[in-house]
Structure formats: structure tokens, C-alpha cells
Design a protein around this ligand. Sequence first.
Ligand code: ATP
Ligand SMILES: Nc1ccn([C@@H]2O[C@H](COP(=O)(O)O)[C@@H](O)[C@H]2O)c(=O)n1
Length: 459
Amino acid sequence: MFNARRNVFQLTSRVLTASREAAQTCAKSTFATHRGAALEVAPLNSTKLSSVKNGQGWTALTFAAAGLAAAASQMSPVGDCAGGEGKGSAAAGLKPGKASANPTVVFVLGGPGAGKGTQCSNIVRDYGFCHLSAGDLLRAHMKSGSKDGNMVAEMIKNGQIVPSEVTILLLQKAMKESGKDKFLIDGFPRNAENRDAFEKVMGFDCDFVLFFDCPEDVMETRLLGRNEGRTDDNIESIRKRFKVFIESSMPVVQYYESLGKVNRVIANKSPEAVYADTKKLFDPYLKESALKATTKLLASIDASDWDTYRGLLDSGLTAFEPEAKGHLVEGIPFHQYLFAQAQALPPTSSKIPPVMSTMSTPKVTLLGGGSSALVTYTRLIQRPGAMLINPPSESDETSKQSPPGWWHPAPQPQTSTSSGPTASFVGPPTTQSVQETRVWERCDDSSGVAWKLMHFHRS
Ligand SMILES: Nc1ncnc2c1ncn2[C@@H]1O[C@H](COP(=O)(O)OP(=O)(O)OP(=O)(O)O)[C@@H](O)[C@H]1O
Ligand SMILES: Nc1ccn([C@@H]2O[C@H](COP(=O)(O)O)[C@@H](O)[C@H]2O)c(=O)n1
């Protein structure tokens, strides 16, 4: 006989150790990508992302490049938890209202047959989330010939809730193997024990609960017509599942309601109508990812990191910028030339980042149902002063250079073995302000949502 209580304790202890390791990996990963997503002032000799927040959300994002050419590439992910646009993103972690370095988790709840699985497929397609159905994982586990397979099979047939340690181990493994950082966890937590165990083992809670609210008679008709060969889609099992849902799962929904974390969607409508309501809840994640791509792009410009910059561009990029003197520039070479100038500069001996961009009052508008994003903002560009090449004695003014127009290539850092000319800066510091509009197009890859820059316009 399965001793649930004893096994919960034993397995939970084991999972805690394993998850601590996993959490360390995740923390490492998210440290690399979330660093500095806070209000502190950026130390001048470090790579730092700082942000300013008001009631409406983020109002300014600052990336301070350390003057290291590879500053943006230092943000590469480490470990299993990063995915999608978060990879290597300077702004990863700038999720409105999110302070912790954890993956994004949405718990998807609702009665049996409410349409959770159906809607999750749509969200995966449009928002790059990874869908993990606790029921599907348990059914696969039951068929895998594992020693508790028979116990799980019996519990599923009777609509009972399988002990948390089994389900959480399956979820944890699937999350790790997915390589993603945004999850829809469907059909979980089914009771208070599931909920407690998840928080203890994973060390974080969900972002919100997506609750599909559907009358029982509608769910019953749907389940009887589902025809997927499930052992629990018969009237006897369905009634048991409804009872368990009311007695054990609804208190979980009520618990999250008391925390203000439930987004309720009326599910007694056509699948399309249900999705139209569901979709709105996920648009902020897409906007956030377009903003991250923009921040990563600015960081790569500040750091003169051509490879990162080029990786974000569509080959057919078009641009209106002051350097093009009113002409629409198409393609890559015009921009590459500006980066090449930076590489031709002597290294800087200064510890002060040669240039730092701050994105102020960004606004993201999704177009084409989220296939494109329009990002507009004011960019503040700070520099430590005029650049001096190979500074001679103080009396010699001839080598002093004024800051050029809006763009000032960032020299490379001086290495200990550097010899020959160097660059340094003389005050006063300057700040420029330009308006930028960027048009991004979705080009998702296997790790999730990704964006390419199609067009930009700078005042
Ligand atoms: N809005 C809807 N209108 C009509 N039928 C729907 C709707 N949503 C889903 N269905 C159908 O109802 C059945 C149950 O849907 P689905 O499997 O998505 O529910 P579920 O909440 O995931 O169920 P379970 O909890 O049992 O896994 C499926 O056959 C599905 O095609
Ligand atoms: N957290 C969970 C989720 C599911 N189960 C068991 O699986 C059955 C089917 O779940 P669906 O979400 O696919 O309908 C469910 O009735 C439970 O027996 C579980 O134990 N714990």
C-alpha cells in the first residue's frame, strides 16, 4: 500500500536537495541575465542595468556599458532556465512587477473539461510559453512502467489527486528539460498540498492563476464527447473528478483570489471567444520581450558589439537616421561602417564607460496580433566628456576631440599589454537626447519568442 504521508516527506527532502542544485543553476542563469534590474545607480566600472519604475510600470531603462567591447555578450545565459528573447538580453528580468530571479509560471486551473488544454495550445503558439500538463505527465508516467505506475493509473481512473512528490518531480524534470523560462502549468496545483509542495520545492510561486470558469453540465458534455481514449472520460469518473475539483481545487483558486492573483476567464463560449479573452492576459509578456530586445540592441551599440547588434537585425533593415542625411538607408553595410570606426579607435585607459544609453518612457504597441512590435522611446546618451587620443601634456590642445554628433563610438578597453596610442576623456560630461522608433518582427526559434529589427527612425 502506498504510504503517501511518509513518501511525501522522503521525496520532498530529496527533491529539495535536487531543486537547490537546480535553483542554483537557475539563479546563476538569471543572475547573468537579471543583474542590476534594480534601482541602484550603476557603478561606473561595471556592466549594469538599472531601471526606474512608477505606478504605470517601467519608465526608464539604463544600460551602462563598462567600456568593454563585449559588455552585452557578458549577459549570455548560464544554465537551463534562460530561453527565448531572454538569452543574452541586457534587459532580461525587467518584467514589470517582478523582482525575483525565477522563471515565469502561470498556473492554469478550471474544472475537468473547462478547456484548459485547448487554450494552452493557443498560448504556446502565440506567446512562446512551454505548456506542461500535470495530467499528461502523470499519464505518461503511468505508461512508462515505473513502479508507482499502477498506483497513478488507479488514482487517475478514480479522479483522485496523486501525491505531490510524484507530480512535482515530473514537473521539475520537464521544466528543466524544456530549456524555456516561461511555463503554463496546466491542472496544477490541484489541492493545498500540491500548492505548498510546489512553493517549497521550487522556491517561488506562480505569476498568476489563469482560471477557466465553466458550468458543470457544459464540462460534462465536452468530456463525454472528447473521445481521446482517456480512462477517466466516463460518466462515473467524471462525477468523481467534479467532486474532487469542488472540494480540493476550488480552495486553491480561492486562496489565490485572496492574493489578487486570479485572472478568471468565462469558458462557456466558443473556443475562439474564450481565446480572445485569454490572449489579453499574455500581451504584456510579448511587449516585455520586445522591450528586452530593444535594450539588448542599445547595449550592443554602447559596447560597440557588432556581433550582438547584427544578430538582432533583419538583412533588409531600413532606417532613417541623421547620418543618412534624410535618405532611407536599406541593408546592413551603412551601420557596420559605424561599428568599424569604433574598432579602429585606440583603447581607452578610462574606467568610465565611454557611452551609456538610457531608454526613457518606452511604449510598446503590438501589431498584427503580436507578430510585430513598435517600440518608441526617448534615448538619453551620456558620455564622460570629449575624447582625447593619445593625451599629451596638458598644454597641448591639438589632440583634443569634441564629442561628435549623436553617435560616439566606444573605444575598446586598454589591456595591460596595450602599447601605442590610447583614448581618454576630459569633461564636462555630456547628455544627448534623441527620439527613436523601432519596428520589430517576430522570428521565433526553438527556444521561444525572438525578434528581428526591420526598421528604425531616429530624430
Ligand atoms: N470553448 C469550447 N467550446 C466547446 N468545446 C470545447 C471548448 N474548449 C474545449 N473544448 C473541447 O472540450 C474537450 C475538453 O477540452 P480540454 O481537453 O481542452 O479541457 P481540459 O480543461 O484540458 O480538460 P481536462 O482537465 O480533463 O484535461 C475537448 O474535446 C475540446 O475540444
Ligand atoms: N496536479 C494533478 C493533476 C492531475 N492529477 C491526476 O490526473 C488526472 C487527470 O488530470 P487532467 O488535468 O488531465 O484532467 C486527475 O483527475 C488526477 O487524477 C493529479 O493527481 N494531480
